[in-house]
Write a new protein. Structure first.
Length: 126
């Protein structure tokens, strides 16, 4: 399988097993690498703004002399936005209809490790 196919498979698994219906692997500059969305019309905006949210959060923490966040959660009545760094070059972002929970964080952590493995493989330039 190709790197892109492996990433898309993991993103689809997040939807099927954990209800994360919108997800993407995004470069730190906001370029979508792989995604799982019903409508691809908004993938560029979703990717760019997700990278901005994570980057801004990391700057806030750095300015306060704190360790950068492992996860960013933004909750609304309609669910939860999730962003987590995948190292220095990419991030994993998603939206779930469920509210933040330990199960959601655990599933995200497992996905992060799998996605990092795909990205760090020899075939990846990321």
């Amino acid at each position: 399988m190709s790197m892109l196919a492996d990433l898309k498979l993991e993103l689809k698994r997040l939807e099927d097993e954990h209800g994360i219906e919108i997800s993407a692997v995004v470069s730190r500059s906001g370029v979508p690498i792989a995604w799982n969305m019903a409508s691809e019309a908004h993938v560029e905006t979703f990717a760019t703004l997700s990278a901005t949210i994570l980057g801004a959060s990391e700057v806030v923490y750095a300015d306060l002399g704190k360790v950068p966040p492992k996860h960013i959660f933004i909750e609304s009545q309609d669910g939860t936005f999730i962003a987590t760094p995948l190292g220095t070059k990419a991030l994993l972002v998603g939206m779930s209809k469920s509210r933040k929970s330990q199960e959601l964080m655990d599933s995200l952590d497992k996905a992060v490790e799998k996605v990092k493995g795909v990205l760090s493989s020899e075939r990846s330039g990321i």
